[in-house]
Design a protein around this ligand. Structure first.
Ligand code: UD1
Length: 334
């Protein structure tokens, strides 16, 4: 298939492009490089031996998208491109709603003009909001979030679902990610955010590389076994493979389907730090600090639906995640 990957130079997007190419698909990347680096395309070529087509383009640019669809017969799109910093979204709600929603509208409009009917969407476990019990199941009401970033995911899920109601021959797969971490085994691709990382594993990587002094664990008094928050961390390569499976699933199907991509296991921040130390023979400096606003004590996925519908299951261990994350952070720090 010819697959348009928006945000294909980003963390999850680049790993997905590698898996697409390895499976024999043609990947066409659209990325405005607002939070990614152009040399990712070279790195994908080094890993796969194939250079994906790359357009430096903002997804809100509808005429630019038309040119891409005119140049390639696009069979499906995987839409990663979005602003994703939770805290920043609270300070800049307008930018987040404008960017994340407009890019989706532009894509849907151009897809309609060109008769493309397969849409894989990069959603998030954040759509389950603060009130659902874990493990999160897809049939739970997923209409809440705690930040404008999260609300854009809720809204785009709604928009795609309504679009499918109006166009029953369209297929939208809403992939609800839990916490992707880790990096490609080559050490060439990984999570390398601009500035000081907000997310846990890239922060740990910078501390391990000596670029940041110590990790602050946000809260040690949660109602969890060791007092720190629990999350469902999954290897980014497993997540990338999940997109491939979703694409195969969407090929002969119609309708909208929300599917969790997680391991089904929760581990705590402290357990992850200990696993990182063990996997990499380190002793990471950390302190327990105050809670971070908006964090939930614990959540993880019910991973059965992905298994049943997509034939997908996470296969990498926490040790794999920690080892690969460090291998990448070590190189990125040079
Ligand atoms: C957040 C978002 C999620 C988004 C994801 C990736 C919410 C509720 N969740 O997940 O929607 O998809 O980021 O962008 O908004 N931690 C520390 N110290 C740090 C950093 C993090 O202790 O320096 C802890 C956090 O308190 C949390 C865990 O590590 O318990 C994971 O945090 P993070 O990686 O930021 O992901 P989430 O907040 O779970």
């Amino acid at each position: 298939m010819n697959v348009l990957v928006t945000g294909g130079a980003g963390y999850i997007g680049s790993h997905t492009v590698v898996e697409l190419i390895n499976a024999g698909h043609n990947a066409i990347i659209v990325d405005d490089l607002s939070n990614a680096k152009a040399d990712v395309v070279d790195r994908i070529q080094t890993i796969t031996g194939t250079r994906p087509v790359f357009y430096e383009l903002d997804c809100k640019n509808i005429d630019g998208l038309r040119s891409v669809f005119s140049a390639h017969k696009i069979d499906a799109i995987i839409h990663f491109a979005a602003f994703k910093a939770v805290g920043e979204s609270v300070k800049k709600p307008l930018q987040y709603y404008r960017n994340n929603l407009d890019s989706t509208f532009a894509l849907l409009e151009v897809m309609e003009e060109f008769g493309c009917k397969k849409f894989i969407f990069s959603s998030s476990a954040t759509v389950y909001g603060p009130n659902n019990p874990h493990p999160y199941k897809e049939e739970m009401p997923a209409i809440q979030s705690s930040s404008p970033y999260g609300w854009t995911k809720v809204m785009i899920e709604r928009i795609l679902t309504d679009y499918v109601t109006a166009h029953p021959d369209f297929c939208a797969v809403l992939l609800r990610y839990f916490n992707p971490i880790g990096a490609h085994e080559s050490g060439l691709l990984g999570d390398d955010p601009n500035g000081i990382p907000n997310n846990l594993m890239p922060y740990i990587g910078r501390v391990a590389a000596g670029q940041l002094e110590k990790l602050t664990i946000f809260g040690g008094d949660y109602p969890t076994p060791d007092g720190t928050c629990q999350r469902d961390y999954l290897h980014v390569v497993d997540l990338a493979v999940g997109h491939l499976k979703a694409l195969e699933f969407a090929k002969d199907r119609e309708g909208a389907e929300a599917i969790n991509l997680g391991t089904g296991n929760g581990i705590s921040v402290l357990e992850l730090v200990n696993a990182f130390n063990k996997a990499n023979d380190m002793d990471l400096p950390y302190v327990i600090g105050p809670r971070r606003d908006g964090d939930l004590p614990a959540f993880w996925a019910d991973a059965e639906k992905a298994k049943n519908l997509l034939g997908w299951e996470a296969t990498h261990t926490v040790e794999d995640m920690c080892r690969s994350a460090w291998q990448f952070a070590k190189n990125a720090g040079k």
